[in-house]
Design a protein around this ligand. Sequence first.
Ligand SMILES: [C]C(=O)[N][C]1[C]([O])[C]([O])[C]([C][O])O[C]1O1[C]([C]OP(=O)([O-])OP([O])(=O)O[C][C]2O[C](N3[C]=NC4=C3N=[C]N=C4[N])[C](OP([O])([O])=O)[C]2[O])[C]([O])[C]([O])[C]1[N+]1=[C][C]=[C]C(C([N])=O)=[C]1
Ligand SMILES: *[C@@H]1O[C@H](CO)[C@@H](O)[C@H](O)[C@H]1NC(C)=O
Ligand SMILES: CC(=O)N[C@H]1CO[C@H](CO)[C@@H](O)[C@@H]1O
Length: 315
Amino acid sequence: MYEALFNNRFTNTFVFYISLLLLLLISPFLFAWELFDIVRTCLRCKENMSGKVVLITGASSGLGELMAYEYAKLGAYLAIIATRKPESRLEQVANKARELGSPDVLFMFADVSKIEECHMFVDNTIRHFGRLDHLVCNAGIGPLYSINNDLTKFAPIIDINFWGSVYTTHFAIPHLMKTKGKIIVNASAAGLLNPPGGGLYNASKGALINFFETLRYEVSPMITITILTLGFIETDFITVKYSNNGVGPHLRNDLRDVLPTMGAEACTKAIIDGVRKGVTSITEPRFFKTVVLVKLFFPQLHYLFFNSFSPLVQN
Ligand SMILES: [C]C(=O)[N][C]1[C]([O])[C]([O])[C]([C][O])O[C]1O1[C]([C]OP(=O)([O-])OP([O])(=O)O[C][C]2O[C](N3[C]=NC4=C3N=[C]N=C4[N])[C](OP([O])([O])=O)[C]2[O])[C]([O])[C]([O])[C]1[N+]1=[C][C]=[C]C(C([N])=O)=[C]1
Ligand SMILES: *[C@@H]1O[C@H](CO)[C@@H](O)[C@H](O)[C@H]1NC(C)=O
Ligand SMILES: CC(=O)N[C@H]1CO[C@H](CO)[C@@H](O)[C@@H]1O
């Protein structure tokens, strides 16, 4: 009976517009629900991090580094990961985290895109601390992609951003189950929107969002998953030097003047606060949520918006 309904071109289309109209009608209630949710989250108490064990990938710079410091101030034990490089600041990060109040910091060099290395650092963390409470899948790279570039140079984006988070999570889950722990996944607003030049980076983040949203069904309520969808944050990540990683086009120099960016420390504080309250998704700066709504309801406007900022990319 339904088949007849949806094979009919008229009804098939009509249903969509009726749904839009219905959505408009119930939107005041949805809005009230949203407000209620905000109040409820504000009232929720924050997790006591003292004596808990937190594993952070990509902690040698940027948000990973700042998150290590925030967790340290709360008295958590830390295991921090970055790739081995002569100029790596990982050891300095470990020292500073100890000064800030972490009782013990284990730093390990590993490449999250290699499955054996992920297995190794999760095992070492458990051997050293005996437990795991929070896993922060943060390591990521993001060169801009253009169809004119050599595609093979871009495979690491998916290997590090997507597989790196999935491998680490796979090995950590049995331990997080025991502590009713949390997984924090560093996706990006880019995984929801589709800014020009985002290509493979945004695809890797979109894949992360989809993967972890479905993983929730299997691990909740034992494990809480917080998915971060951040906009532009002031780290090395959005500087010209970093954004092309030696290949492809890069972000325009005056990005800060055309799109609002958020300070990394304020962003980190907002993230840790949300995580301790057990929220399941965090978007900072918050106004990026509006852009997501615009994309959903008015895809044409979304296209116009990003097209007018083009080029985000400069060659
Ligand atoms: C929360 C958090 O954390 N977040 C994060 C951020 O911060 C970044 O940026 C990103 C990128 O992509 O991510 C996430 O985010 C993340 C991070 O970033 P940042 O921090 O910005 O950047 P940097 O500074 O660069 O950092 C990075 C890291 O990592 C690591 N690595 C790499 N590779 C690798 C690693 N590890 C391991 N393994 C491998 N393979 C590094 O180190 P090294 O030494 O190794 O080099 C460092 O540490 C990521 O993920 C991204 O994506 C994100 N985001 C998003 C959105 C937006 C943004 C901005 N910034 O804007 C970001
Ligand atoms: C947090 O937990 C520690 C022990 O695990 C305890 O000593 C401390 O008082 C707790 N802090 C708060 C604010 O509850
Ligand atoms: C909105 C957004 O964050 N888009 C991202 C898409 O990919 C590019 C390329 O790395 C990022 O710079 C953008 O931030």
